[in-house]
Design a protein. Structure first.
Length: 418
């Protein structure tokens, strides 16, 4: 009997595209709140900085949920895990859309984040298994593309729709689409159990690499710097740059386009020059965020800087993700989850610090200032990795050519989404 995942040579199985659609929905729900903050705060009767906790709460749920769900579902049937994750994700949005309590909406965000963690930890494994070894990296790239496309399409469309039907409209749409996604997952994912030979101890023992934690630190810091600013980009654009509220979704499209370009750039350049690519991109991100403080008073320069923020910041993501997976060796499943946790730890800390800065005397320039400092700190673990890579690489002996593979300290094989 042929598996539903089989497809013609050279083409990815349909299950990969279905999983990418799931990552699109989950990327949209994580970041769409940034464009809905004014409406959320007004409807739920809280300040904008407190409404920003909805972003922080989701990130915290991902921090806990990704590694916890990776371990909890290690031996469970993958199809069942994916379907249940999407069902819980859908129900979480229904609860949020029906509630008038900020506390309930906050709790619903945490629950949907846990479901997202489960989906990520299993989805990457299913995608690579269905695609086969030769197309595994391409399959992961498609899943990452679903997340990045959320910033280009999902978040701006959700923000635009929220201006006409209220913030609850996008939540209802996400609930309906994720329920449909659960049906498609049940249809196209083959009913196979997890490998019985998977060892939790082996996953944990492979995390003793110091280089792994440097890569995870870089992942956390770069995302914290970018999201510290992005979480409160709407009030910065409307109240400081003078961008009309109806135009804000178009500026978010610019950010998404920059993020898509950054992900592509990092994937291409990072394979050849990983440390040069990440160090340059992290330094450029800090500079862009710093320039946003004096130059965000003009709508044109503010829009350009928002685009550049996505371009430079997201260039780092695929490179440090691949580094982390490479350094972890046999702990690919848990490391994939920990990379997601690292990114979301940065989002949680960055958005929280940015909210505090917004309420301080710094006002609207507080979040970009926080982002600048955090992004600059990304250089510390990256430089440490570069130094270690240089010291570990043996010099060529006279008359002995260096193999091509020896010039590459890592491989992109096995990289997974953030």
């Amino acid at each position: 009997m042929s598996s539903p995942s089989r497809t013609a040579p050279g083409k990815l199985p349909i299950v990969v595209w279905v999983l990418a659609a799931g990552t699109f929905l989950m990327g949209t729900t994580e970041f769409v709140v940034a464009g809905l903050l004014p409406a959320l705060s007004a409807d739920l009767g809280v300040g904008v900085s407190r409404a920003g906790l909805l972003i922080t709460a989701f990130a915290l749920g991902m921090i806990i949920g990704s590694p916890a769900m990776a371990m909890a579902t290690l031996r469970l049937p993958r199809r069942r895990t994916l379907v249940l994750a999407l069902v819980v994700f859908s129900l979480g949005h229904v609860v949020a859309a029906l509630s008038t309590s900020f506390t309930v909406v906050l709790a619903a965000r945490v629950v949907t984040a846990l479901a997202t963690g489960a989906f990520w930890s299993v989805g990457a494994v299913v995608a690579t298994t269905a695609a086969g070894p030769a197309a595994a990296t391409r399959a992961i790239g498609v899943m990452i593309g679903g997340l990045t496309l959320a910033n280009v399409v999902g978040v701006p469309v959700g923000s635009f729709a929220g201006q006409f039907v209220g913030w609850r409209g996008p939540f209802w749409a996400l609930a309906a689409l994720s329920a449909l996604g659960a049906t498609l997952i049940g249809r196209f994912i083959p009913a196979q159990g997890q490998q019985t030979t998977v060892s939790v101890r082996a996953e944990l023992s492979a995390l003793r690499q110091g280089r792994l934690w440097l890569a995870l630190s870089a992942a956390m810091l770069i995302m914290g710097g970018v999201l510290a600013t992005y979480s409160y980009i709407t009030p910065l654009l409307t109240d400081r740059a003078g961008v009309p509220e109806g135009v804000v979704p178009l500026v978010l499209v610019a950010f998404g386009a920059g993020a898509l370009g950054g992900t592509t750039t990092g994937g291409r350049l990072g394979g050849l020059h990983p440390m040069a690519t990440t160090i340059t991109a992290a330094a450029a991100t800090a500079l862009v965020l710093l320039l946003m403080i004096p130059l965000s008073g003009n709508p044109v320069t503010a829009t350009v800087l928002v685009f550049l923020m996505g371009l430079t910041g997201f260039t780092v993501n695929p490179v440090v993700t691949a580094l982390a997976v490479r350094f972890a060796g046999d702990a690919a499943t848990l490391t994939s989850a920990l990379t997601t946790s690292a990114f979301n730890a940065g989002i949680a800390a960055g958005s929280w610090l940015a909210g505090a800065a917004l309420d301080s005397a710094l006002g609207l320039t507080g979040p970009p200032l926080v982002g600048t400092v955090v992004a600059a700190l990304t250089l510390l673990p990256l430089i440490a990795l570069a130094v270690r890579a240089t010291s570990r690489r043996p010099g060529p002996r006279r008359g002995v050519p260096v193999p091509r593979a020896a010039n590459r300290p890592w491989s992109t094989t096995g990289a997974s989404a953030p």
